[in-house]
Design a protein around this ligand. Structure first.
Ligand code: ASP
Length: 317
């Protein structure tokens, strides 16, 4: 079997057609297409799924449209703290990083932790020191700034509320009244060698407590990959996603109950998460080339491209 598959997401939330202009929509679609191309090109040349998901997520981190890397949301202290993770389904190796500042591509740091350290997860200052030792790129605070997300945060500043960045409505020249956009990013892939992988990266939730860690860097919650079952990347309200051990639950339903990828994702997203107010969604692939993009919110920025000609970029329900 020589097929390959890539799927990506740019976050889920209250994303409504009524809030979108043709121009804005074209901007998101272009950003998603660029990330799909970055990952797909690697798979097409026979590259590995782990390289493909990393490349796709780095493209999304570099795009200010999304709440990851450049354009990350603001925490309670007015600064950016980012989380990311990556997992290789061929050997169950994983890398993760939490609450890091000034790292240009947190997913690259997660990959480097996986491949160049004996650890799975590094956080905060220790993660940053490791990144510097490894020669990874850092950026000043201004690099991560976006006027749109600054306004989102200003609306919530001083309160204890936290929010998915799509769900805070603000009006700035940059958004023209559309505050319900942008988000956490992720990718899942199957390569020609039959290996699957997943990666996720985020700035977290707007106005989050300094030191708060969401589901995105937690292996088994926001990200999971195992050749025997599936590769999953999640987006949504991190706390319920952690409590539901979301990504691993999909794998368990496949492994122990024999559910298909799509069915397992439907059960977790529409039943289990809904019962604990877990708004959001996920993307998944399996080693047979099945792919699914499932969410319980109004929308999820998403895309997929497969070697057998399936291609889609979509935003709304
Ligand atoms: N899951 C992320 C978090 O809770 C947020 C998101 O997906 O947009 O940090």
């Amino acid at each position: 079997m020589n097929t390959f598959t890539l799927a990506i997401h740019g976050g889920a939330g209250t994303i409504l057609r009524a809030d979108m202009t043709a121009e804005k929509e074209a901007g998101y679609r272009h950003a998603l297409d660029t990330a799909l191309l970055a990952g797909y090109t690697i798979l097409e040349k026979g590259g590995s799924s782990i390289q493909a998901v990393q490349a796709a997520v780095m493209a999304l981190e570099d795009d200010i449209h999304f709440n990851a890397g450049k354009g990350s949301v603001f925490g309670k202290d007015g600064r950016h703290e980012m989380d990311a993770s990556i997992m290789d389904g061929s050997n169950l190796m994983a890398g993760a990083v939490a609450a890091v500042r000034n790292i240009r591509n947190p997913v690259e740091l997660a990959y480097t932790i996986m491949t160049k350290s004996p650890h799975v997860m590094l956080i905060g200052q220790g993660a940053k020191e490791f990144a510097l030792q490894q020669g990874l790129a850092t950026e000043p605070d201004e690099y991560f700034f976006s006027a749109f997300r600054y306004e989102q945060w200003k609306q919530m500043q001083g309160s204890d509320a936290i929010a998915l960045d799509h769900n805070v409505k603000v009006t700035t020249p940059e958004t023209s009244g559309d505050g319900k956009k942008y988000g956490t990013v992720g990718a899942v892939a199957l390569d020609i060698h039959g290996n699957i992988a997943a990666a996720t990266s985020t700035g977290g939730m707007t106005n989050k407590q300094f030191g708060r860690v969401g589901d995105s860097p937690i292996i088994g919650a926001g990200t999971y990959a195992n050749n025997k079952t599936c590769a999953i990347s999640c987006t949504g309200h991190g706390e319920p996603f952690i409590r539901a051990v979301t990504a691993y639950d999909v794998s368990c339903l496949m492994e122990y109950k024999g559910l298909s990828l799509e069915k397992a994702m439907q059960v977790v997203v529409h039943d289990k998460l809904m019962k604990i107010e877990g708004e959001g969604g996920m993307i998944g692939v399996d080693a047979s080339g099945n792919v699914a993009l499932v969410f319980n919110s109004d929308g999820m920025y998403r895309g997929m491209k497969t070697s057998d000609g399936r291609y889609a970029v979509a935003i709304y329900k």
